[in-house]
Design a protein around this ligand. Structure first.
Ligand code: PAF
Length: 302
């Protein structure tokens, strides 16, 4: 696998494939690859002729300097993992390549989609940073398909919106969350947890599972479902930063589980902020929350 660092190198590496009409898949990442990323790369390799993985820790989407500074960086291991999963090209640009001097443009998805949930907790700059860098990566690589993880359900909605609104010629493919054996959603930030924090981190998936089971037993009141999340998380001494039951397409809060809804949560475990989500379906009578890696949670319909 080849590593390229400039947009010019990326475009010339992709030119023969484009000329031959081959399908190009892009998996945008910030590195510290885990099984969740690898599932995206493997799917891209199945569906496309050539897979590019981008590795760029995007400063514009971090609302806390400390979070950016301690974000795990391990390019050499990432390159080996990406190659093994089926990627041909690693695009690992420097910050100045993505944001050269004089850079003055940003992409912002307006309205509730970017303002709710993570938008409240992390501020408008977070999704502005994500939308801007993803738009740039799509323009740089011009892939046929771009792959994202459903763990970042709100990010997927924001990206689908900008792709539609800007008429970008790419298919956005979201794939299910991959989990550790105890249910913890895989995330690059998990590597920052101490052993004691790692134990408490399973409170997020445990909270989702508790609500999912209650819903499967027939509970429809949002307050009761969110109460089950909070109660379960409290057992591991974790208080959610938010726990919300929302429409899976608009992210507007729902009062009762009468249609498929997205249950989204965020919590701080020590200094590490984690998010997770699950789709609740009122027609389901058994819970789908997985406890094994590679198993899918029910996917968002968006
Ligand atoms: O999900 C991520 O890792 C990032 O938000 C992304 C999509 C690579 C943009 O920086």
């Amino acid at each position: 696998m080849r590593t390229v660092r400039t947009v010019a190198e990326l475009r010339s590496a992709l030119a023969p494939a484009r000329r031959d009409g081959l399908a190009i898949g892009l998996v945008p990442t910030m590195g510290a690859l885990h099984e969740g990323h690898l599932s995206l790369i493997r799917r891209a390799a199945q569906e496309c002729d050539l897979v590019v993985v981008s590795l760029f820790v995007n400063p514009a989407q971090f609302n806390e300097r400390a979070d950016l500074d301690r974000y795990p960086r391990r390019e050499r291991e990432d390159a080996a993992l990406a190659a093994r999963a089926g990627a041909e090209l690693l695009f690992a640009p420097a910050v100045e390549e993505v944001y050269p001097p004089g850079f003055a443009t940003s992409v912002e998805v307006l309205g509730g989609l970017a303002e709710r949930l993570e938008g409240v907790s992390r501020g408008a700059e977070h999704f502005r940073g994500v939308a801007t860098v993803v738009t740039k990566l799509l323009c740089m690589a011009l892939p046929d398909v771009a792959y994202f993880g459903q763990k970042d359900a709100q990010q997927v909605l924001v990206i689908r919106r900008l792709v539609a609104d800007l008429n970008l010629p790419v298919r956005v493919q979201a794939l299910p969350t991959v989990r550790e054996p105890d249910g913890l959603a895989m995330s690059s930030r998990n590597a920052l947890l101490s052993p004691a924090e790692r134990e408490r981190a399973r409170s997020l998936s445990a909270g989702l599972r508790a609500a999912s089971e209650l819903a499967a037993d027939g509970e429809r009141a949002t307050e009761a479902l969110l109460g089950a999340v909070r109660e379960k998380m409290a057992e591991l001494d974790v208080e959610p930063e938010y726990a919300a039951l929302v429409d899976p397409d608009t992210l507007e809060p729902v009062e009762r589980l009468t249609e498929t809804a997205l249950l989204a949560i965020a919590a701080r475990i020590g200094d590490v902020r984690l998010i997770d989500n699950e789709i609740l379906d009122p027609t389901t009578t058994t819970t789908t929350t997985p406890t094994h890696p590679g198993e899918a949670i029910a996917t968002c319909s968006a």
